[in-house]
Write a protein of this length. Structure first.
Length: 135
């Protein structure tokens, strides 16, 4: 059997611990700012920006500001639909920000401006619905 010195192999990564912790704090701070700003705004509904959709249109993933487990939060929501054993089926998988890995936390920042743009359009659509389609 091969003798593996895990302590020696881990040492270079262990030396990065402080920097990794600081990087997560920077990311969490940025996303906390986004959440706090969204919570201050008059957004009466869950909002979303679709950042991925497969060509068939039966699977898409949204960046969403939504109520999840009792509070409003940033989430990724994966939607799928298609034929299943019981006929047409739809599935939704929600992953709140707190469960995202580091790389995903970085990559999703690029979609924040689009989420705010979507919030404006979706809030306007909500207002329009209260007029019964008339203004």
């Amino acid at each position: 059997m091969v003798d593996i010195d895990l302590g020696k192999l881990s040492a270079p990564l262990e030396e990065l611990r402080t920097e990794v912790d600081a990087a997560y704090k920077r990311l969490d701070s940025q996303w906390d700012r986004v959440s706090k700003q969204l919570s201050k705004l008059p957004i009466p509904i869950d909002i979303h920006f679709t950042y991925f959709s497969n060509p068939s249109g039966h699977h898409w993933i949204n960046l969403e500001w939504k109520k999840w487990k009792g509070k409003r939060r940033i989430c990724l929501v994966s939607h799928s639909e298609g034929n299943g054993p019981e006929g047409w089926e739809e599935d939704e998988t929600v992953t709140p920000y707190e469960e995202w890995g580091g790389e995903l936390r970085i990559n999703m920042l690029q979609y924040v401006p689009k989420l705010f743009e979507a919030a404006v359009e979706q809030t306007k659509a909500f207002i329009e619905k209260t007029h019964g389609g008339k203004q």
